[in-house]
Design a protein around this ligand. Structure first.
Ligand code: SF4
Length: 176
């Protein structure tokens, strides 16, 4: 799964003109096999879910073209910008470790887009800092949602993080 924050969703929504509802799948722990006590779970009326990019029926990313190109490249999620690396940052915003991303290990992604040999140290650092800041900000919203006494459904959650779920009038790209 390509995990999303509301920042990723905002960029994708602006770029594609698609409604948030069609960009997002809320994945259960049966599908992800993650630690259920991890951060990042959304509490809904039907159980805990994590927000990720929708996949096609064959399990590949919704933006993967038959030529294995990303049709939303300019607005791809931050996880795709760092792919295939997980960057561990220190308190002073320096890189203290690099790991191979779980996404690679699990082979959920088949697209050709990856960080590659052309990525500079500063670009990697910028993407990693952006990822940390955006994840922190998303998790703060999650905490607020998870404290609500009434748990809603997917549309309620998307509305809560400020994405209306109606149909868009200016669809710009084809995803299949
Ligand atoms: S870079 Fe690959 S995994 Fe990421 S959105 Fe594009 S097609 Fe999907």
């Amino acid at each position: 799964m390509i995990e999303l924050t509301h920042h990723d969703l905002h960029r994708l929504l602006e770029h594609t003109g698609m409604p948030a509802d069609s960009l997002v799948t809320l994945y259960s722990n049966t599908e992800l096999n993650d630690d259920i006590d991890d951060d990042g779970w959304i509490r809904l009326s039907y159980g805990k879910r994590k927000m990720g990019l929708r996949k096609k029926r064959d399990g590949t990313c919704m933006f993967l073209s038959p030529q294995l190109q990303c049709v939303a490249y300019e607005a791809r999620p931050i996880a795709c910008r760092l792919f295939p690396i997980d960057v561990i940052l220190g308190d002073d915003n320096e890189i203290i470790d690099l790991e191979l991303s779980d996404v690679v290990v699990e082979k959920f992604v088949k697209c050709k887009h990856f960080y590659g040999k052309t990525g500079s140290h500063s670009r990697l650092l910028n993407s990693a800092s952006q990822s940390r800041d955006e994840t922190d900000s998303y998790w703060k919203r999650l905490i607020q949602w998870n404290k609500l006494p009434e748990k809603g459904r997917k549309r309620d959650f998307l509305d809560f993080i400020q994405f209306k779920t109606g149909k868009s009038r200016n669809r710009k790209i084809r995803t299949n």
